[in-house]
Structure formats: structure tokens, C-alpha cells
Write a protein that binds this ligand. Structure first.
Ligand SMILES: Nc1ncnc2c1ncn2[C@@H]1O[C@H](COP(=O)(O)OP(=O)(O)O)[C@@H](O)[C@H]1O
Ligand SMILES: [Mg+2]
Length: 288
């Protein structure tokens, strides 16, 4: 297949370098992604934040094969999304990617029941009826909606509809699950349960998951958060398990240490960084 080219074994699941996407509308050009670098490991669960218009949806659409990149490098599981033919891109989107949208309903047929909605994509992929039924019920159980399987969409709450939408997105056993502001229309409590569902699915099925979010406390939900600004990665936050501290690193390598920690450890103007066997040790330096 022409979309698979040999590459080093340590290539991450998603590898984007200097990715550019220009939207052309009539004779106007909008540069939505301008040199975006991103690496995502197989099985990772991470989030993308950024203000409106920063390019989040464009990135998701490119990653999911809904939209073609303009230039740069973008590879998903060693597939080159820039050079794929239309047919290859179509197959990639249908078989390797699952989408969850802000309006769960976008993936759902209102006059079908929950289980029928989950069966639909498998029927379209030509799975046997028996296998389709079994798997649809399993997926509804995975999102804790087994007890609502025969309910139609109108009888389900917004959060429940979004769970059905997640089950639908998983129906084709995707390698990559993309969720574009899946909690945008949900209250904080329901949103938090949706994140819990994503975490559970990620650890159970191992599907690489990227969630675009507007939630301020998204960092409480996932281990890594990327901030996008003007079509480029501007910040990265990693949440270390067992530690409450989060450190921002911007694209020029500057660290941000939050106020609480600065005060606790007596940082004011200068810090020293020491290389130790465990990693870098940051301390307030003499100049304080
Ligand atoms: N299909 C499109 N045609 C033209 N311009 C677009 C299209 N999609 C997005 N854009 C523009 O690209 C930029 C990034 O948009 P988008 O990726 O939707 O950002 P976000 O999801 O972060 O709000 C914006 O300036 C937007 O107007
Ligand atoms: Mg968007």
C-alpha cells in the first residue's frame, strides 16, 4: 500500500511536524494550522485546549481524515495522511477512526433505539447480524448504558446521548478516538462522568484518544494537555501521578511554576537547574 512507508520502530502513533492547513474560501486563504508539531504515543489519552479559532477542529479533522493537510508531515500509525489517495483516506476514516462531536446527536439517528444506533455503523461495514448485536450490547455496557439499550434518543439525557455517541464511535474498533468538545453542551457534573467514560475506554480498549476541550479543569481528567494558539502548539502540561504540581513548558522552552509552589519553595527571581540521575532538579538560586 502506498500510504505505508518504512519508518523507525520508535515512531510515535501520531507524528506531526510543521503541519500546515490552509482553508481556501473563494479567493480568501485562512491559515488554520501553521507549523504544528505533535507526537502522541499509542494508547495515550490526552487533551487539546485553545481559544476559539485556534485550529483545534481543523487539527482533529486532519487527524481523522475528514480534511486534507496542505503541507508538512502528518503520520498516524505509520500512514502518511498527506500522500494517501482519496480512497485510502476514505478507508482510513471509516475503519481506523472514531469521532465524537459536541452535539452527540450528530452521530445519532433520533428514531432508532440506543442499541440500533450502535449497530448501524457495523451494519454499514458488513458485520454479521449476530456479531453486530453482541458487540453493540457490549459497547453500551462499556459506557454504562446497557439498561437504556431500547430507549430512543429523545428519552435519553444529554449525557446519556453522548455516551451512546461514544459507543457509536467505537463500533468500528477504531485505533484513534477523536472527540471535539464532547462536553461543550453538558454541565460540569455530567462532563466529568463523560471524561470518566473516556478514561475507562482508554484503559480497557487501549484506543489512542484525543479530546478537544473548553473545560478549565481538563488537566484533572487526563495526563497531558496541549495548548494550541494560532495553529501551533504553545504549551504542554503533564500531570504527574502522585504529585499535585503541574509545570507548563512553552514552545521556547520556558517553564511555568505555579504561585503556590514558588512560595512554598521560596522562589522569587532566579532558579538553578541541576542534572541529577532522577532528572532535572529545580531550586531557588542564590540570587533570590
Ligand atoms: N472549512 C473552513 N473554511 C474556511 N475557514 C475555516 C474552515 N474551518 C475552519 N476555518 C478557519 O480556520 C481557523 C481555525 O478554525 P477551527 O479549526 O475551527 O478552530 P477551533 O476549533 O479551535 O475553534 C479559523 O480562523 C476558522 O475560521
Ligand atoms: Mg472547534
Amino acid at each position: 500500500m502506498s500510504d505505508v512507508t518504512p519508518s523507525p520502530d520508535d515512531e510515535p502513533f501520531i507524528l506531526s511536524e510543521n503541519l500546515v492547513k490552509i482553508h481556501k474560501v473563494a479567493d480568501l486563504e485562512v491559515v488554520a494550522l501553521q507549523g504544528l508539531d505533535l507526537r502522541v504515543e499509542k494508547g495515550e489519552l490526552m487533551a487539546i485546549v485553545g481559544s476559539s479559532g485556534s485550529g483545534k477542529s481543523t487539527l482533529m479533522n486532519v487527524l481523522g481524515g475528514l480534511d486534507r493537510p496542505s503541507a508538512g508531515k502528518i503520520r498516524v500509525n505509520k500512514r502518511n495522511l498527506l500522500t494517501m489517495t482519496d480512497t485510502e483516506l476514505d478507508t482510513y476514516r471509516r475503519t481506523a477512526v472514531g469521532f465524537v462531536w459536541q452535539q452527540g446527536a450528530r452521530n445519532l439517528v433520533p428514531y432508532l433505539s440506543a442499541v440500533q444506533n450502535v449497530e448501524l455503523p457495523m451494519q454499514l461495514l458488513g458485520f454479521s447480524p449476530r456479531m453486530t448485536k453482541r458487540r453493540a450490547l457490549e459497547l453500551l455496557d462499556t459506557v454504562h448504558l446497557g439498561h437504556r439499550k431500547d430507549h430512543h434518543m429523545v428519552a435519553l439525557s444529554g449525557g446519556e446521548q453522548q455516551r451512546v455517541a461514544i459507543a457509536v464511535a467505537l463500533a468500528n474498533s477504531p485505533e484513534l478516538l477523536l472527540a471535539d468538545e464532547p462536553t461543550g453542551e453538558l454541565d460540569a457534573d455530567t462532563a466529568s462522568k463523560i471524561y470518566e467514560a473516556f478514561r475507562e475506554i482508554n484503559s480497557r480498549l487501549g484506543v489512542t484518544t484525543i479530546i478537544v476541550s473548553h473545560d478549565r479543569d481538563i488537566a484533572k481528567q487526563v495526563r497531558r494537555v496541549i495548548g494550541i494558539q494560532d495553529g501551533k502548539v504553545a504549551t504542554e502540561t503533564r500531570v504527574e501521578t502522585g504529585h499535585a504540581s503541574r509545570v507548563m513548558l512553552d514552545s521556547t522552552g520556558r517553564l511555568q511554576i505555579n504561585k503556590l509552589l514558588r512560595e512554598k519553595y521560596g522562589f522569587s527571581k532566579e532558579a538553578s537547574i541541576e542534572e541529577t540521575p532522577e532528572g532535572l532538579l529545580i531550586r531557588p538560586s542564590g540570587g533570590n
